[in-house]
Design a protein around this ligand. Structure first.
Ligand code: AMP
Ligand code: ZN
Length: 116
């Protein structure tokens, strides 16, 4: 799927509404429409990259920014102490459904390990 019909590019371009919680020149964070935990935020780069496998060294700073955004939002949402999980699914076995790189920030309940 190209970026023309990418759901998350449409959210970045405000063509599809989303509950945005944090945004800067390179990333957007918004509420997952089908939350799997009391806190479930998606954090995405503004650049259209399909998946982890497509990352290279030039993306290092951007990936770091996504992780730091997760940390900032976790603090704001009051789950820093209780704990949280960040997840990035890549391809079929991981259940990746939207092919625009995204980091899930999940918290507000206890998670099992190993993951399902
Ligand atoms: P993944 O399985 O890692 O590709 O996750 C895709 C995530 O995107 C799922 O958690 C969906 O609930 C979420 N999602 C799909 N469409 C939207 C949307 N329009 N707004 C917010 N989240 C969405
Ligand atoms: Zn995209």
């Amino acid at each position: 799927m190209g970026k023309q019909d990418c759901l998350f590019c449409k959210i970045i371009n405000k063509e599809i509404p989303a509950k945005v919680v944090l945004e800067d020149s390179g990333m957007v964070a918004f509420e997952d429409v089908n939350p799997q935990a009391p806190v479930h935020i998606l954090i995405i780069p503004k650049e259209h990259i399909e998946k982890i496998s497509d990352l290279s060294a030039r993306h290092l700073e951007m990936v770091g920014r996504l992780v730091l955004a997760a940390k900032e939002i976790a603090k704001k949402r009051g789950i820093e102490e209780s704990g949280y999980r960040i997840v990035m699914n890549c391809n079929r076995d991981a259940g990746q459904a939207v092919f625009h790189l995204h980091l899930h920030l999940l918290g507000g309940r206890k998670f099992s390990w190993p993951p399902g």
